[in-house]
Structure formats: structure tokens, C-alpha cells
Ligand binder design. Structure first.
Ligand code: FES
Ligand SMILES: [Fe+2]
Length: 415
């Protein structure tokens, strides 16, 4: 249960006892957006930063964000992974302004302060002045000006950072059942096959909700119900972490109709529509089960995706109250054969900004955003599957996981 703070600490009071109704102001209010930075993104959450295979060599770095905070994730000379705030302690310039690179130390371009890869301040230009004049005073202590350093946890090659000392270890954060779901997909060393990036015309939470909302998949995504990637009558269900913050939605073939190669035959549910090249839907079973779709969210900013053989992680970055950025990192396994690699790349036509089954998610959040401005105290309603936050073994026609997202949001925001 979220702690109710004094009115001056919370910009509004949650309108009901549960999370089945959400006031529109959460998508449009700059004050709420600012509070999310402090209480949620810099609060007790593990935020996805990137993959360890993206920084394989000592000195490799990649820049990213936790909420609005610019972050450098890097590999030190002894192979450790650090996450540092990408902001010089002098006057606040970005230290790394390229997406990636390889460095031995971090040097600020503005006045040349330098830091080692643990974020410790190691050099201040003109520290003792010039010709005995100028420079810093005797009270200046180098160790008072180290970079802000995040705690880091790496699981199966996924790198997470947190600003908070309170965040439990990552596997405790998501719980054993959802940890097993990551283990299920990332069975071997990973290889990055490429990236998509898209700007979403909506508040970040609308995309976060969209991923938890398995109920929309067979309705909004016409490709799904035309070609049967996801049908409401398929097997599967929804798993939730004990606190409701994280979820897994999955579908599986029931009954299996594989041919000898493990490939499911594509059937069109609308006879007038045919795929000229049905191989875009080829699915080779490789994870030891019949699961065709597995969408896992890790609160607040990560989606782990398996759709047929299309593997990816999706990182969600807020870009102001009414915009967000979605970065898809398309994955394979390091030992994929050329044949398997080709199959994965073809399957990736299904996903990404223009993906056959994901393009609508890039605009539907904008439809909500455009309508949300009016009457901010009005509320959405999410009655599917009741008003509670429970896993669902047989059905995905529930908004339980979305209500779980809002519980996580309220827990962090103390609203
Ligand atoms: S802002 Fe970095 S050295 Fe001045
Ligand atoms: Fe969707």
C-alpha cells in the first residue's frame, strides 16, 4: 500500500483505493513529471542501461539515460562495469557527448577536469593557478567532487543502474518467477544485431502501460488477428511479481501444429488476405517450449521481447511530459548460424517502429495524449479482470498487469 504523504508533498491525491482508475493529469502535468525524476527514476528502481556485449573491451563506454539523467556506462580496465552520471562536477557539462567510445579517463571538454573510470576526480586544470596566482583555495578537496555513481547489477548480460541504496538486488527486485523468464530467453551469450529508435508522441507511462496491456494485442494489431500470431484463444497467461510492478505476458501454441522442422503453418483468419512471403512468420522452436510470444516488463523502463525468433530489449526513455523515446536493441545469440541469423532478421519485420505487429503502438499512445489534456481530473477506467492485481493462468483478457504498473508508480511516487 502506498504511503499517503502530506498534501504539500504530493501534487494530487489518488482518486480511489485501487489502481483501476487513473487521472489523466499523470500524463500531462509537468510537476508530476519532475517528481517522477526524483522519486521513481532516481528512487528505488533498477533502470536498464544497456548490454554488457555493447561494452566488451576495457575503456568502452556507452551513453544513455535514467529518466532525464544522462548516464555513462563503461567497462573499467579490470573489467568491472560502472555507471556514472554524465555530468561534470565543475559546471555541469556532459563528459561524454558521443553515443559510444573508448577512453582511459574522462576529460571534460569545457575546463579539462579529469576523472578516472570509477568517477574519481583526478585532475583540475590550473589547480595551483599560474605564476602563484589564482587556482583553487586550500579548502578544495578533490574527493568532494567525484562523479555521481550509480549502483550496478548485471543479470544475463543486462546492465541495470540505480541511484538508490534501498533498491534490493536485481533478482530480488523482480522475484524468482520473473527471473526464470529472463533465463528462459537469454539461454546463451547474446549478439547485438542492430537497433531501432523511435520518438513516441506521448508520455512515457502510456507506452509502459501498453506493454502490460495484453488485451489490446489481438484488437489493435490487425496483423495479429489476420495472420494469427496472437489469438485470444491461444494458450498462455500473465505472470506478475509479488508487488505487481513487473509482468510477463505469453502465448503458446495449443494445440501444437508444427511440421517436422518445428515450424508453425501460417493460416490467415481472413481468407482474402494472404502473405506473399509466409517465411516472415517462420518460427523455429529454440527455447525448449511452445511459447510464441513472451513480453516481459521490468519496471520502469525495460521490455524483454521474444516474438517467434525475434529477440529484443526495448528501453523507454522519457523526453518531457508528452514525449518519449523507445530504443529497440535487436538480439540474436553469438553462435547463430547464418541461416538462423537470416531468419531472425526477417522475423524482425514484425517489430520495431514500422513492424507489422508493433507499428500501431507508436501512434496509439499519441491518441491518448492528445485527448488527455482536457479535464485532467477525469479518469481512465480499467475493469477487465476485476480491480485487483493478480496473475492470470488461462486468460490474457485482463488489465491486471496495468493496474500493477500503477501500483509500482504509486509506491515510488508516494501518492
Ligand atoms: S564544466 Fe567540466 S571542467 Fe568545467
Ligand atoms: Fe501493442
Amino acid at each position: 500500500m502506498a504511503t499517503q504523504l502530506a498534501a504539500q508533498d504530493a501534487p494530487f491525491t489518488w482518486p480511489s483505493q485501487d489502481t483501476s482508475r487513473v487521472p489523466y493529469r499523470v500524463y500531462t502535468d509537468p510537476e508530476i513529471y519532475a517528481l517522477e525524476q526524483a522519486r521513481l527514476f532516481q528512487g528505488p528502481t533498477w533502470n536498464f542501461l544497456g548490454l554488457d556485449v555493447e561494452i566488451p573491451e576495457p575503456g568502452d563506454y556507452k551513453t544513455t539515460f535514467v529518466g532525464d539523467a544522462p548516464i555513462i556506462m563503461l567497462r573499467t580496465m579490470d573489467g568491472q562495469i560502472n555507471a556514472l552520471m554524465n555530468r561534470c562536477q565543475h559546471k555541469g557539462s556532459l563528459l561524454c557527448y558521443k553515443p559510444r567510445g573508448n577512453v582511459r579517463e574522462l576529460t571534460c571538454v569545457y575546463h579539462n577536469w579529469t576523472y578516472n573510470l570509477d568517477g574519481e576526480l583526478t585532475g583540475v586544470a590550473f589547480r595551483k593557478g599560474v605564476g602563484g596566482k589564482g587556482g583553487v583555495g586550500p579548502e578544495f578537496e578533490m574527493h568532494d567532487h567525484n562523479l555521481v555513481r550509480l549502483r550496478v547489477d548485471v543479470y544475463r548480460g543486462l546492465i541495470f543502474g540505480t541511484f538508490s541504496e534501498e533498491t534490493p538486488p536485481f533478482t530480488d527486485y523482480i522475484g524468482a518467477e520473473l527471473t526464470a523468464s529472463i533465463d528462459r530467453v537469454f539461454i546463451k551469450p547474446l549478439k547485438v544485431l542492430g537497433y531501432h529508435s523511435q520518438m513516441l508522441p506521448n508520455n512515457w507511462k502510456l507506452y509502459a502501460e501498453n506493454n502490460k496491456d495484453s488485451y489490446h494485442a489481438s484488437l489493435l494489431h490487425v496483423f495479429h488477428n489476420t495472420f494469427g500470431v496472437v489469438r485470444p484463444n491461444m494458450g498462455g497467461g500473465i505472470k506478475l511479481s509479488a508487488n505487481g510492478w513487473h509482468h510477463l505476458s505469453y502465448t503458446e501454441r495449443t494445440p501444437p501444429n508444427d511440421d517436422a522442422t518445428g515450424t508453425e503453418k501460417v493460416r490467415s483468419l481472413k481468407e482474402q488476405y494472404k502473405l506473399n512471403d509466409a517465411s516472415v512468420m517462420e518460427h523455429r522452436l529454440e527455447l525448449g517450449d511452445l511459447v510464441t510470444n513472451s513480453i516481459q516488463t521490468i519496471f520502469p523502463n525495460l521490455v524483454v521481447q521474444q516474438i517467434l525468433n525475434a529477440l529484443a530489449v526495448r528501453q523507454l526513455i522519457p523526453r518531457g511530459v508528452d514525449r518519449s523515446e523507445l530504443i529497440w536493441t535487436v538480439l540474436g545469440f553469438a553462435d547463430d548460424t547464418p541461416d538462423m541469423l537470416a531468419l531472425r532478421l526477417k522475423a524482425n519485420n514484425l517489430v520495431g517502429p514500422a513492424g507489422f505487429i508493433s507499428m500501431e503502438d507508436g501512434c496509439v499512445g499519441g491518441f491518448v495524449q492528445r485527448a488527455a489534456k482536457a479535464n485532467p481530473d477525469d479518469q481512465t477506467v480499467m475493469p477487465m479482470g476485476g480491480s485487483g492485481i493478480e496473475p492470470s493462468a488461462g486468460s490474457r483478457v485482463t488489465e491486471s498487469a496495468v493496474r500493477g504498473f500503477w501500483k509500482g508508480w504509486r509506491d515510488c511516487m508516494k501518492i
